[in-house]
Structures are given as C-alpha cells and as structure tokens.
Design a binder for this molecule. Structure first.
Ligand SMILES: *Cc1c(COP(=O)(O)O)cnc(C)c1O
Length: 345
C-alpha cells in the first residue's frame, strides 16, 4: 500500500479541522455549559449532539467486533461513500475502479466530485477477478469499489478474488457489506487488522430496519477514520438518530428474527418465481432481494404498478436485461406480489 499521506489530497492532509465547543472540553467533567451559544431551555434538544458519537460507537463496536476508534458514522452510507472521494481523490486528476453493475451511488459521487469512474463489467455469473480489476487501474487510481453481496445482482463476490485485490492494490479498497447480515459469508470487517488499505461499509438501513434514521458506517484503520473525522460536518449525526440507533442496538434478537423470516420468505419467493411462466431465470442471492429475468420486465413492472405493487425494474442495467429486482417484504406483501404475477397474461 502507498502511504496514507500519498493517498490523501494535499489540502485534506494539511487541513486544520473545525474545532467545536464540545470537542475542546471533551473528556472532562462539567456541569455548567456556557460555551456553545446554546439555549439553556428546551432540553434535551437544546444541546449539540456528541460530534464523535462515542457512546453509540462503543455499543456498535462490541456488536460488530470492531474497536470504537475504527468506526466512522455517517448520514447514511451515502456520506461514507462521498467522503472517500473528498478525502482521497483529486478532482480532474484521480480515478476509481468499480465492478459493473453495482450500487449507483459510487458513480454519482464520482461524478459530483469530478473523479473519473472506471467500470469493470462482471462476467455472466456476476463475478470478476483481481486481475481484471487491477488491469483497469493506473497510478492515479485511488479507490477500488466492491460490493458484496452486490446490488442489484444479489450474489457475493468470490472471497479469494476480493482478498487478492486488497492485498495487491496500492490504493484503498472499499467493500460495501450493506447486505452482509443476510449472507452466510464471513464479513470482511473482522479482518480489518490485517489490511490497512481496507474500508468496509455497513448500514442500519437494511437488516436493522432503520433506513429512516440515516445511519451508515465505515470501518477502517484509526488513521483513515481520523481523516474522515476531520472532513465530515461537525455534527453529522443528529441526537434523534443517535438515540434511536442505541435503542435498536438493544434488540439484536429482533434483527436475528427478522433476518430468519426474510431468508425463509426469500426461499419461498424464489421457488415460486422459478415456476412462473413469465419468469425465465432466478439468480442466486445472498441478500434480502433477488433478481429475476422475466419475459418482458417493463410490461410486467407497469402491470404491477397499476396494482399498487412496486418492484425495481433493472432492465436498462448492463447484464440485467429484462430483470426485475424483488425486495423481500412481509409474508402477506410477498403473497400479494405472487398472486398478481399469477394473474398476469
Ligand atoms: C441500500 C444500500 C446501502 C444503504 O445506504 P444508506 O445510505 O445507508 O441507506 C448501501 N450500499 C448498498 C450497496 C445498498 O444497496
């Protein structure tokens, strides 16, 4: 790996971050807060929230088995996807490599930050190799984006190839594990200690059922997390989200139960799809959704919309011709979808 200084934009490496009132007193006992121009009334919403979300990171760290200092919390994964561009990629000069198809935000954030985005097409089994990805890099490649289980394809990338990329690439490898709770594969975040160039993304939006509170996370070396902390907005996670996340984290049993039911339903749905006359193929998945190749995805999509049922039409995505992406819902929602599709002609 190149040094972190080489990988970081010069202006960011030398940045003196904003120091908030709460940063400066942090760690000492206090009773009277007259430092932040807050209103003393309307508790608890009158006070700025913890800029580093330490209580939440302690709880999350235990659950995820990652030290609190190796955790960054963002306003959704969206923030954790945008920040690496702002920290490491020089607009108009640097580039990133990513698998194709994959989650759309990696490219949107590259475009916003004026960073060249180099897609590497997956093969027919939605897999790739370290060799292909590394061949797309040059001396200006700062990041390789991987998503496993991948969205919209649903499958996990070959773990050996992912590890090869991490070991052989000189820059940063960001592995988005938004769906890892639904997968039998061992999450890569447990191997952070071995790979200083690895950043793993997780989110509260999927298995944890908290998309509304906007809480995404990045796990990485404490040096990389330190750079993110310099660049992020000082109070990027509001009090309500921090409180709600702490509540959710008290109930990991609920999440296990939700995942168990969703995986069971996923099995039922995939089986039912595979015998629908209008379904040509059901792709294997490790996530809470699956991809299905239909006879005519757009017609079927519109038919479902007319009945108040929304799925994702992926037909215009490369390698996903005539594919619908089906999220697993409750048993009754899933049954409604199936009965609508059985009546389709
Ligand atoms: C849904 C999803 C996320 C979650 O994004 P949030 O901003 O945390 O809601 C992240 N990555 C992938 C690949 C996803 O599909």
């Amino acid at each position: 790996m190149k040094s972190l200084e080489e990988l970081t934009r010069k202006n960011i490496w030398s940045l003196a971050p904003y120091s908030s009132a709460r940063n400066e007193y942090a760690g000492r006992e206090a009773r009277v807060f007259l430092d932040a121009n807050e209103n003393p009334y309307n508790q608890p919403f009158n006070r700025y929230p913890d800029p580093l979300q330490l209580e939440l990171k302690e709880v999350l760290g235990k659950l995820k088995r990652v030290p609190a200092e190796c955790i960054f919390l963002g306003n959704g994964s969206d923030e954790a996807i945008d920040l690496p561009y702002r920290c490491f990629c020089e607009p108009g000069r640097d580039n990133v490599v990513a698998i194709e198809p994959t989650y759309g935000m990696y490219k949107v954030c590259a475009d916003i930050n004026d960073i060249e985005y180099r897609p590497v097409l997956l093969d027919g089994c939605y897999q790739t190799t370290a060799e292909k990805l590394l061949a797309a890099t040059d001396e200006h490649t700062k990041i390789i984006w991987l998503c496993t289980p991948n969205n919209p394809t649903g499958n996990c990338l070959d773990r050996d190839e992912v590890l090869k990329v991490i070991q052989q690439f000189e820059g940063l490898v960001i592995v988005d594990e938004a769906y890892s709770d639904f997968s039998g594969q061992q999450p890569l975040r447990t191997e952070l200690g071995k790979y200083p160039n690895l950043i793993v993304l997780n989110t509260m939006s999927k298995a944890w059922g908290c998309a509304a509170i906007r809480l995404g996370m990045a796990f990485a070396s404490k040096e990389i997390i330190g750079i993110f902390n310099k660049v992020k907005y000082p109070y990027n996670i509001n009090l309500l989200s921090q409180q709600q996340a702490l509540e959710a984290l008290k109930r990991p049993i609920d999440v296990e139960e939700w995942v168990r039911i969703l995986l069971q339903e996923r099995g039922r749905m995939m089986e039912a799809f595979s015998i629908l006359p209008i379904c040509e193929k059901v792709y294997p998945t490790d996530a809470n959704f699956f991809l299905a190749k239909m006879t005519d995805a757009t017609k079927i999509y519109n038919y479902l919309v007319d009945r108040g049922i929304i799925v994702r039409n992926r037909t215009r995505v490369q390698l996903c011709d005539n594919c619908l992406r089906i999220t697993i819902g409750t048993k009754s929602e899933n049954s409604e979808l199936l009965s609508a599709l059985r009546q389709y002609q």
